[in-house]
Design a protein around this ligand. Structure first.
Ligand code: HEC
Ligand code: HEC
Length: 220
């Protein structure tokens, strides 16, 4: 009997462990996380080319918020990994002749490169700036918001059927982009409609700013 209880406890433990690992962060979110550790030194966290190491570079790090717009994913992949950079031709060759931009081919997996590209797309297309730390936002979202808005943020949390509600789909940029940052902050602090709760008193202003930033990356 004791053995079965013991095995049961282990099984539950494993289920939790696995679900923890398999929760996939949104690509732009993951890309930002990598960007902060590996790229912002030169490019700056907002991608403007004004990172702390920029002054030491002979060639100015690119302002990614403007240059990336005209580049395809294939070209970006070549630029970032360094593999096939020499084969880039035409207009895209402009500014890529130097070795000042490191070659990252041995550093990142394919998925990580895709995530970095997703964040570069966010930087060059975004309608609203990030206002808080999305890494803090992700943890708070899992704790307080997922139950209604869903693990993926698509509005399909377990509560939706239980009480018959339709929370906003935070992965849909058409829904989130039409609201500016302050509107989102206000809705989260003061609630919206009948079933979006007010979080004032539970979450601080900076918690809410972190959540807004996470929602921006979710919907990209
Ligand atoms: C040591 C400084 C440094 C670091 C770190 C760095 N870069 Fe760069 N990057 C540069 C420089 C300098 C250029 C401009 C190269 C040139 O003009 O020839 C550049 C150019 C680029 C470009 C091309 C922009 C364009 O379209 O013209 C992309 C994309 C880019 N970097 C992405 C990244 C990413 C993603 C990372 C992190 C994984 C990163 N960089 C890390 C220095 C850096
Ligand atoms: C009890 C379920 C529930 C929980 C928990 C919940 N929400 Fe909502 N949320 C909703 C519903 C329902 C709506 C749609 C409200 C409407 O438009 O009537 C909504 C809408 C929103 C909106 C859009 C507001 C607007 O101005 O249109 C945002 C942003 C939002 N939620 C963020 C959050 C965040 C962040 C959390 C966690 C801190 C959270 N929600 C937790 C149910 C929930």
């Amino acid at each position: 009997m004791k053995v079965w209880i013991y095995l049961g406890v282990i099984a539950v433990f494993y289920i939790f462990e696995i679900s923890e690992v398999s929760a996939n962060p949104p690509p732009a979110y993951e890309g930002r996380r990598l960007f902060v550790s590996y790229c912002q030194l030169c490019h700056g966290v907002g991608g403007k080319g004004d990172g702390p190491l920029a002054k030491a570079m002979k060639i100015e790090p690119a302002d990614l918020t403007t240059t990336v717009r005209s580049r395809s994913d294939t070209i970006l992949r070549k630029i970032i990994t360094g593999e096939g950079r020499q084969t880039i031709t035409g207009r895209d060759r402009h500014n890529l002749l130097s070795e000042a931009m490191p070659e990252w081919k041995d550093v990142f997996s394919d998925d990580q490169i895709n995530a970095l590209i997703a964040y570069l797309r966010f930087l060059s297309n975004k309608k609203h700036d990030l206002m808080g730390d999305p890494e803090v936002g992700m943890r708070l979202y899992a704790k307080y918001c997922q139950v209604c808005h869903g693990e993926e943020g698509d509005g399909n949390g377990i509560m939706t059927n239980l009480i018959g509600i339709t929370p906003m789909d935070h992965t849909n940029p058409n829904e989130t982009n039409r609201l500016d940052n302050e509107t989102l902050v206000k809705s989260i602090l003061d609630g919206k409609g009948r079933f979006m709760p007010a979080w004032r008193g539970i979450l601080s202003r900076s918690d809410v700013e972190a959540l807004v930033s996470y929602i921006r990356l979710l919907s990209n």
